[in-house]
Design a protein around this ligand. Structure first.
Ligand SMILES: [Zn+2]
Length: 157
């Protein structure tokens, strides 16, 4: 919880009490308060979600479909009629445009040599691609931003 709190964008980090924070998140990301509370209270749960996303055995519909756990691999969060893959979830889904901006901004702040972060590079970063040669200490920060994205999308709440 505290680790995650420290990664919040500046404007949110300045809110000094929990109700203000929840109201702000609700307004900015249209996430129901109970979902935020759930996710922040289960920091370790998010630690589990991320590897599942990377290894494509998450609750995203494309992953569930692969294991015959759902009839439909398409995203039901937006109107794009696309498969709900990790790529769609992080790069493309129209429902998370605001959260994606925050994610890109945060990563660019950390890793300034990746100017004009392309979607291809972003997905490589998210998947922990070693060929990008990101130092582990920087990657640790990036990991927190990815977790913040996961929390604020509310997709796994
Ligand atoms: Zn979508």
């Amino acid at each position: 919880m505290i680790r995650l709190w420290n990664t919040l964008p500046h404007d949110i980090g300045q809110l000094n009490n929990y109700p203000d924070f929840l109201a702000h998140m609700h307004k900015k990301y249209q996430i129901h308060e109970y979902k935020i509370i759930n996710l922040f209270h289960y920091d370790t749960e998010i630690d589990n979600i991320y590897p599942k996303l990377r290894f494509q055995c998450s609750k995203l519909n494309a992953d569930q479909f692969k294991f015959n756990l759902t009839q439909n691999s398409k995203c039901t969060q937006c109107q794009k009629n696309k498969q709900e893959t990790i790529h769609h979830y992080f790069m493309d889904c129209a429902k998370y445009n605001t959260q994606r901006k925050v994610l890109k901004f945060n990563i660019e702040q950390q890793h300034i040599q990746l100017n004009n972060l392309s979607n291809r590079k972003l997905i490589q970063i998210i998947q922990g691609d070693k060929s990008l040669d990101i130092a582990p200490n920087i990657y640790k920060n990036i990991y927190q931003f990815i977790k913040f994205y996961i929390v604020t999308t509310g997709r796994f709440a």
